[in-house]
Structures are given as structure tokens and as C-alpha cells.
Design a protein. Structure first.
Length: 94
């Protein structure tokens, strides 16, 4: 079974399911700058600290929608860049 989250709330649910079941693969997609406010400053609160731990401990792979987002996620959560894959969002030119 593979569980996939798309935002911090879903990611925490995926992490909980992994802890309870133990036999699932986990994946999340990060769509934007991780835990930063609109001015690019890092947010520092309890939820941010919990989410950092969830990203570090709860996922086998992390997808990011750009190289910049992948770098932000690695720096934010202290992840090895090898755990993050950047895949650009698709574009429909029709």
C-alpha cells in the first residue's frame, strides 16, 4: 500500500497511518515554499516543528514541484537531497 499526502494536514494523517500500520510506503508532494511566510521568512511555531519532524521521519520519498522547492524542503527539514525528487507541474498548451 502506498499513502500519498499533498499538504501538512494530510501528511500528518499519512504519518499516523504509517505509525499504526507500519507496512505502508509513504510519499508526499510539496507544492510551495515550506513553512515560510509571504516575505520569505521562516515561521517558527509548534506546528512548523511538528511538520519538520513528520517530513524527516514519516516519508520514504518526497516530491517537489520545482528544484527551488526541493532545496527549500531539504533545508527546512534537514533532509538529504537524495530523498527529494523535483518534478515540474505539467502544462497543457492546447
Amino acid at each position: 500500500m502506498i499513502l500519498h499526502g499533498h499538504n501538512p494536514l494530510e501528511d500528518m494523517s499519512v504519518f499516523a497511518a504509517r505509525v499504526i500500520r507500519g507496512d505502508v510506503s509513504t510519499l508526499t508532494t510539496i507544492h510551495d515554499r515550506v513553512a515560510m511566510d509571504s516575505r520569505g521568512r521562516r515561521r517558527r511555531d509548534c506546528n512548523t516543528s511538528v511538520y519538520r519532524a513528520v517530513l524527516r521521519l514519516g516519508f520514504d520519498r518526497i516530491l517537489a514541484v520545482s528544484e527551488a522547492t526541493a532545496r527549500d524542503a531539504a533545508a527546512f527539514a534537514g533532509l538529504s537531497p537524495h530523498r527529494i525528487t523535483a518534478i515540474a507541474n505539467g502544462t497543457d498548451f492546447s
